[in-house]
Design a protein around this ligand. Structure first.
Ligand code: AMP
Ligand code: GLY
Length: 424
């Protein structure tokens, strides 16, 4: 592949727009294709409308288009084994195998691994029938957390403050509201504390931290309203001090990675560690096997073009040869969503004011759910835009991002006015 690479990114959200934006800044990036992409991504890369859950189709497309490196954004293709299929076809791939993606795709799998690795996490029970699940809840009492075992698009977790709510969650899960994901449940001890996300690259051997972030899961100001995929994020997370980072690496991440390797299913890709920190001790809430969305947007804003070298080294199992060049900067991203999200919302409204927004290494509007209709950008998703800025302080990033958000004219959209409040 020489010094120049033809790169393909799989996905269509703000995460993938930010990956494409950062990778495009690296002079090694020759051709960039994103499948399927969105209207914002189409401004900087070619978009290809292929089914990214079909590993065979992606492999054929990659071969026909002389792709050197495939980067997989979302969890669904990873859980479907697309990375394996592409590696079988001889492609260089960033993203874990189907077996290693179980760390996100099955909560009970992760709990078993944590047990074996002796990693601090919530006490739990794993159930395949509603009666034993109910018995466990009655014995443990509330607050308690009920989780569908499988992938449920971020909706499979109920933090129940009362026993009745927990029992109702069991009824829903075994009634099929969560599809196959709910046929098995994990019930966990409620953990108090402050949540933060820690991102590390792993190549099956070396672990390389690439940043910390915090997001805002609730829809409305003051962390109220329903849970969403994330309404905003910032990086770094002040709660993730050097001491906590080292504890997370030594007590949670390294033992997990070693256990995965010992089982013959080494993890290769980005591990997104959701942590709960209380009294100086991190405990694992969950793993994801991909970058977070919108956490990726703030990480990419801070890492820039070097991210291509890091992801490539990860895919080539040479993470021990690279290092991250950090600036002492901060980034913040505001999610603009369609009114009604995370419930039902209208599609197709026109978004104005995008052309007048600055776009440089300190300011970027990433698109998450947009379509270009006859040259006009329209909203076609729940989460639609990620207004992202970088500064020397979090306050500066915050000010810049909100100034941009105020300049966008989209009456059918909304955003939180307090992203970053905890850290500011
Ligand atoms: P998960 O998909 O496992 O990250 O769960 C979604 C959210 O539910 C987490 O980000 C936490 O805010 C919350 N949560 C999950 N598990 C627990 C737990 N054991 N104790 C307290 N909160 C939790
Ligand atoms: N923002 C949370 C996630 O990507 O899972």
């Amino acid at each position: 592949m020489g010094n120049f690479m033809n790169i393909m990114i799989l996905g269509s959200g703000g995460r993938e727009h930010s990956l494409a934006w950062a990778i495009k800044q690296n002079p090694k990036c020759d051709r960039l294709i994103v499948a399927p992409g969105n209207a914002g991504i189409a401004m900087l890369a070619a978009c290809a409308d292929i089914n990214i859950l079909d590993g065979g189709a992606v492999a054929v497309f990659a071969e026909e288009n002389a792709i050197d490196f495939v980067i997989i954004g979302p969890e669904a293709p990873l859980a479907a084994g697309v990375a394996d299929r592409l590696r079988d076809a001889g492609l260089l791939v960033f993203g874990p195998s189907q077996a290693a993606a179980q760390l996100e795709a099955s909560k009970s799998f992760t709990k078993t691994i944590c047990d074996a690795a002796n990693a601090p996490t919530a006490a739990y029970g794993h159930f395949t029938d509603a009666d034993s699940a109910r018995d466990y809840i009655r014995t443990q009492g509330a607050p308690i957390v009920v989780k569908a075992d499988g992938l449920a698009a971020g909706k499979g977790v109920i933090v129940a403050m009362t026993e009745d709510d927990a029992l109702a969650a069991i009824d829903d899960m075994f009634d099929g509201s969560f599809g196959d994901a709910g046929a098995e449940v994990v019930i966990e001890e409620f953990m108090d504390g402050e949540e933060a996300s820690f991102f590390v690259l792993c190549d099956g051997h070396t672990i390389l931290p690439v940043g910390t972030a915090q997001d805002h899961k609730r829809a409305f100001d003051g962390d109220t309203g329903p849970n969403t995929g994330g309404m905003g994020a910032y990086s770094p997370a002040p709660v993730m001090t050097d001491v906590i980072i080292q504890k997370a690496l030594d007590e949670i991440i390294r033992p997990t990675m070693d256990e995965m390797s010992a089982r013959g299913t080494p993890f290769q890709g980005v591990l997104f560690c959701g942590l709960m920190i209380q009294n100086g001790q991190p405990r694992l809430v969950e793993y994801n096997v991909r970058f977070g969305d919108p956490e990726c947007q703030v990480l990419m804003m801070r890492l820039g073009g070097q991210v291509l070298d890091l992801l490539q080294a990860c895919a080539e199992k040479r993470l021990d040869e690279v290092q991250v060049n950090w600036a002492t900067d901060h980034a913040l991203s505001i999610v603009m969503a369609a009114k009604g999200y995370p419930g039902s919302y209208e599609k197709g409204a026109l978004i104005k004011g995008l052309d007048s927004q600055p776009e440089d290494s300190f300011h970027m509007v990433f698109h998450a759910g947009t379509t270009n209709k006859d040259g006009q950008i329209t909203a076609t998703g729940g989460r639609v835009l990620n207004i992202t800025a970088r500064g020397h302080s979090l306050a500066e990033a915050h000010e810049k991002a909100y100034a941009m958000a105020h300049g966008i004219d989209w009456p059918e959209g909304f955003y939180r006015s307090d992203i970053g409040w905890r850290a500011l």
